[in-house]
Design a protein around this ligand. Structure first.
Ligand SMILES: *Cc1c(COP(=O)(O)O)cnc(C)c1O
Length: 399
């Protein structure tokens, strides 16, 4: 009997009841704008910032309208100017080079290794080209953060972290987003907390925090923030920092706060599912598991494996046959960008030079979401289906 998976790869869990209650309270009083508060009220957005700063052990936190907006704000805050080169990953998603392009700067792409992390040797060779690195922890894979920070610190390159897939992850016990000057998170539906759209930015640097707050559209109401620096810091930058509105609102903040309190439990649930799938895929002929380093605490909200050096026809056949059995695999090696997948040469507004080693890896990356609506049995079934089809096509190709 041919097994088929009937679940959905894009169905998230419902918003938890306590978050719904908090959202209803905001809807009932009607004060959705973050600065629309009554005497004695702090506001859900300011409280969210306070909560997240404490959770991450950061001095400052700013909530904004999206993850991409948080990244663009970080770039502006560190002083990136139009025309400036900004280093970033070749393997990432479109909003990352997009955030660089949005401030008129130029992405300089750095290669990807078979571990699916930024190629630190390639980075080392390119560091002198820029003064900022927008580091994307793409699909939750953390590079050797000790070596990366050493390389960047040695030449004074500022690191901004894109933690869209690493909220709740850690390197050697230090939470992801705490190594660089600024950490950026997304609260979009497909990330680790869900408010539809939304973003968070954390930093320990008072001036970056003040600039980011002004940039986000605080007008002169920054004293209503609970995780921002004092007014004396704003006095230094308030006349020279433009307002580029992109605030978070109280409705979304209300939905997020209970979800953040539950993050660790959700991470455990993701990792149980990830572990099931990984176990089921191990020792499949022709398939390479992406091994996770011991220093990395990851969040298995998606899983990747490699079909290295396969023909495009072979990969297309695996994708087609898995899809026919209900398993949605995404391929980063396709010539045309589809859905969420695209590669550095699809972003034609940015110049790039070919990176043959990275191209080989990109051509073999298979990517799959792991929503929490999957049961552990679903995960075992999905792994059996992939294993079955990869083995079949691999054996055909090598017989
Ligand atoms: C989702 C995502 C972003 C941006 O988040 P939005 O909230 O959608 O703007 C940035 N980087 C990566 C890798 C992402 O997946």
């Amino acid at each position: 009997m041919t097994e088929i998976f009937a679940g959905s790869f894009t169905q998230q869990e419902p918003i938890p009841d306590d978050a719904i209650e908090a959202a209803l309270a905001v809807l009932r009083h009607g004060r959705l704008h973050r600065y629309n508060i009554v005497p004695g009220e702090l506001g859900e957005t300011a409280l969210l910032e306070q909560d997240f700063a404490a959770q991450m052990g950061a001095k400052y936190c700013l909530a904004v309208s999206s993850g991409g907006y948080a990244m663009a704000t970080a770039l502006r805050a560190v002083g990136v100017q139009p025309g400036d080169p900004v280093l970033t990953n070749a393997f990432t998603l479109a909003p990352v080079p997009g955030s660089i392009a949005s401030v008129g700067a130029k992405p300089v792409f750095v290669g990807v290794t078979e571990d699916l992390t930024i190629d630190l040797d390639d980075l080392e060779g390119k560091l002198e080209q820029a003064r900022v690195l927008m580091l994307s922890h793409m699909r939750g894979h953390l590079c050797d953060m000790d070596r990366l920070m050493e390389l960047c610190d040695a030449v004074g390159v500022t690191v901004i972290e894109d933690c869209a897939h690493t909220m709740g992850a850690a390197w050697r016990g230090q939470l992801s987003g705490r190594q660089g000057a600024i950490g950026c998170y997304s609260c979009q539906t497909y990330k680790h907390v869900n408010s539809g759209e939304g973003g968070l930015l954390i930093t320990d640097d008072e001036e970056l925090a003040a600039k980011a707050t002004m940039l986000s559209g605080s007008y002169m109401l920054y004293e209503r923030h609970l995780a921002a620096p004092g007014p004396e810091v704003f006095d230094r930058i308030k006349y020279t920092t433009p307002n580029v509105s992109g605030r978070m609102d109280n409705l979304r903040a209300a939905i997020l706060r209970p979800q953040l309190r539950d993050l660790n439990r959700q991470v455990e649930r993701w990792n149980e599912r990830y572990g099931r799938i990984e176990k089921g895929l191990r020792d499949t002929p022709g398939l390479t598991i992406v091994e996770r380093p011991n220093a990395e605490t990851y969040v298995g909200s998606s899983i990747q494996f490699l079909l290295l050096d396969w023909s495009s026809e072979g990969i297309a056949e695996v994708i087609g046959r898995c899809a026919a059995r209900g398993v949605e695999l995404k391929w980063f090696g396709g010539a045309e960008p589809t859905g969420f997948t695209s590669r550095y040469d699809s972003w034609r507004y940015a110049e790039s030079t070919r990176m043959p080693d990275s191209d080989r890896v990109l051509a073999g990356i298979m990517d799959m979401r792991v929503p929490l609506t999957f049961s552990l049995d679903d995960c075992s079934l999905i792994a059996r289906i992939i294993r079955d089809e990869v083995t079949r096509i691999h054996n055909q190709a090598t017989s």
